[in-house]
Design a protein around this ligand. Structure first.
Ligand code: F0G
Length: 418
């Protein structure tokens, strides 16, 4: 099991109080001297570490860079991102039956998903290490964010997508923001294998969530939730439910909470229970949690309408599984029908999300039905991407347009008013 303990020792390789540590063997590396994504010695995942961890009163401004004291840089390539709404959803709250329910809508970021938070930091690091071409494998949203932030930073971008399995809005974004788009006859995990190869050969700078700096940006989702929830209720949420694919966000939120505990800002008891939701057809994390495994099994065949989380090999599992377990959380699989129902229910509250995002609400509902989540809990559900990302799924889940003749009378007839 990975060792995710934060220590007080600052290694000699630290640069301005920042370094990288392997979560498996503990080896430390200079952060920006060379490009590396995993440990030179054991290939374990790397984590950014800091000599000083900030307290809440050190944060100022708005958005991701409000939290620069918790990030490796003061500013980055910004559009700007973060500062997303923490919606109230009173009808859903009442129906699901919890003490409070809020929806953190990450679809309100500049390119319509939480990936922007990671890219603003990741592209800044790419500039620091001085690389040319940026690349990612993607189920769609990462490619849209990479293309936009790469364009903003004046850098070349390359994205590998699973052919026929990426929602229309996301491809349109990557295309218009000038990414070179390669459609691979394979699934997301296979695209990521190729991009990792390219990165290892020095052909591109990898900006998937395997890149530890991207997760630093995504950590700010947790900081925003903690601050706003405390302001509204005088307490932190008991639980955060989130959709899981590569488990980057799960890992990022866990890191956020470990750092807050280490800084003395919250107690271990105040850490929200991290609760992952996956689609039934792509649920290796749920399998690992249910079977008590320290590793996930790679699912070669994956399928779900929630194409954003159509992932069989969650690369951040070594960081995320301890996060779910040590916070007292769990993971749950939901069907495509349950996802669509939750997508409609959120839309009925005015919150438009893509299918993968609705997995969080579907997961909450299922865990309430099973009695795993209790009625006195305060819950935040993360919705990760905007409705317009996947217009086909939205049209299918919503009302059908009705043709009508070109006259007021015909409209009134149809409405039954005549
Ligand atoms: N929700 C949405 C809308 C996503 O796009 C993704 C991941 C996730 C949830 C899962 O997040 O990987 O941190 O567990 N999308 C990636 C992509 C894989 O390529 O856009 P995770």
């Amino acid at each position: 099991m990975a060792n995710l303990q934060l220590t007080d020792d600052v290694p000699a390789v630290a640069d301005d109080g920042v370094w990288l540590t392997c979560i498996e063997c503990g080896e430390s590396f200079a952060p920006f001297e060379e490009v590396r994504y995993t440990c030179d010695d054991c290939d374990g995942l790397l984590e950014a570490r800091y000599a000083d961890l900030p307290t809440f009163d050190e944060f100022e401004g708005e958005g991701v860079w409000r939290y620069s004291a918790a990030l490796p840089f003061e500013e980055g390539v910004s559009l700007p991102e973060g500062h997303t709404p923490l919606h109230r959803v009173p009808r859903l709250e009442e129906e699901v039956g919890v003490r409070s329910l809020r929806v953190k809508h990450e679809g309100m970021n500049p390119t319509g998903s939480f990936k922007d938070r990671g890219m603003t930091v990741g592209v800044r690091v790419a500039q620091e290490v001085g690389v040319g071409r940026l690349a990612c494998a993607s189920t769609g949203n990462t490619s849209a964010a990479l293309a936009a932030y790469g364009a903003r930073g004046g850098m070349e971008t390359l994205v590998l997508l699973p052919a026929g399995k990426v929602a229309a809005g996301k491809i349109a974004q990557a295309a218009l923001h000038k990414a070179r788009i390669l459609e691979v006859d394979g699934n997301f995990d296979e695209c990521l294998d190729i991009v990792q190869d390219l990165a290892d050969r020095g052909e591109a700078y990898l900006l998937n969530s395997l890149n530890p700096f991207r997760l630093e940006g995504q950590k700010t989702i947790g900081l925003e939730i903690m601050e706003e929830h405390y302001e509204d209720y005088g307490e932190y949420p008991d639980r955060i439910v989130l959709p899981v694919g590569n488990a980057g966000n799960t890992a990022a939120l866990y890191k956020c909470f470990r750092e807050l505990v280490k800084a003395g800002e919250i107690t271990e008891e105040q850490v929200p229970k991290l609760t992952g939701a996956q689609a039934e057809g792509a649920a290796p994390m749920v399998e690992a949690i249910e079977e008590g495994n320290d590793e996930t099994r790679r699912w070669e065949e994956v399928e779900t309408r929630a194409t954003a989380i159509r992932i069989g090999n969650p690369v951040n599992a070594p960081k995320a599984l301890p996060g779910i377990r040590e916070t007292g959380g769990t993971a749950v699989a939901v069907s495509d029908e349950e996802i669509t129902e939750a997508q409609r229910d959120l839309a009925g509250e005015g919150v438009g999300v893509e299918p993968a995002s609705a997995a969080s609400i579907a997961g909450l509902r299922k865990l309430r039905d099973r009695g795993v989540i209790e009625d006195d809990e305060s819950v935040v559900c993360l919705t990760t991407g905007h409705l317009l990302k996947d217009p086909d799924a939205a049209a299918e889940a919503g009302n059908d347009p009705e043709p009508v003749d070109n006259s007021t009378e015909a409209v009134l007839d149809l409405l039954g008013e005549n």
